[in-house]
Design a protein around this ligand. Sequence first.
Ligand code: GDP
Ligand code: CO
Length: 397
Amino acid sequence: MQIEHTRYTERFGSVRINEVQKVLELDSGNAKELASYKRVAVKMIEEEMVRQLEQKMVIVIPTKDEKLKLLEGVISGIPHECLIFVVSNSQRKRVDRFRMEADTLKQYCHFTLREAYIIHQKDETLAKALSEADYTSILDKNGLVKDGKAEGMLAAILLAMMMGKEYIGFIDADNFAPGAVWEYVKCYAAGFNMARSPYSMVRILWRYKPKIAHGIHFRKWGRVSEITNRCMNSLISEKTGFETDIIKTSNAGEHAMSLKLAELLTYASRFAVEPQELVSIFESFGGVLPMSDKKAAEHGVEVFQIETRNPHIHEEKGEEHLKSMLLPGLATIYHSPLCERETKDKVISELLHHGAIKEGEEPARPVLSPTPRTANIEKFRRIMGNYLDSCSALEKK
Ligand code: GDP
Ligand code: CO
């Protein structure tokens, strides 16, 4: 694959945020030397390197009552070397959709001989393991994992830590194009290949996100992303003293991290999870507040933003109100100890303008889950270790 070199990097304490990089060629053929003049602008990522990284990666697919064909399509797009982990919160009563998902996955893995796991978010053993590990913030009053994609992601992070994986990537199950899924994983690998720090993150920017209503309309970015990015950039500018528009992926659902970094962040729920990851990186390593981890601060934390070639075509579920998507993301910015008057005013005026709050109101403080490194992984393993075999979709002989 060929991708634009990092042309510009913004620094914020120990954090290095790279300008958006475009994919130039999805398949760059047999390994060959680039002409030296090209090497400045273009980064060639060899197939072999990509494979090696994929072997260290777990791809998590959060899913809730998605069409089986969609889920199967997404799975078919994930490169063979990655471990797949489906975290499902689909219904089990009336129609057992989870059973249908597991059966589909089993059949698929049987024929393709690929490794995958599937677990239900409300699995009792998972809940018990989390409670033993003393990671209880994602449990509800019944002691099971709460609803929500973010809670499923967190459970998956702990599982990946237990399995000793190096990288974790997330891909939604409601994606119509297996080819796009394939490209996301390649971009994750490309980012990790370029990273100089073991603490790194890759966020995907879609070239287009078409809305299939009155004919196809290719929109570059959604409104919510635009506003969230503006406020996120303001948060940085106010601290560095330089205006910036470096962040273009505040709401990137498709993203991946090294587990070393994933362990160190705090997580919000629902639409706030992705922006909160960035806020957490800035708080922990921006150099304004005390560095939360010495080693990571020394290496630096790297954020890559990669623009794909494939458009993002995904399931539109009803009219989720712009304001209900906007509010939680902006709340993470607003309540960050880094956020000062100017950015706070910006957030408030956006929320007022879109009717998400009333005059004189503030957004509610987001509920954050503590960093996964506070979990006792050994205790988690004592319960989940053997149990995980029963979640394997590929029957082990
Ligand atoms: P959007 O694409 O950001 O509008 O959000 P979606 O509603 O499409 O959710 C993103 C992904 O998370 C989809 O694959 C959903 O099926 C999945 N998802 C939604 N809610 C949950 C949940 O409670 N648990 C899990 N594990 N996945 C969920
Ligand atoms: Co979706």
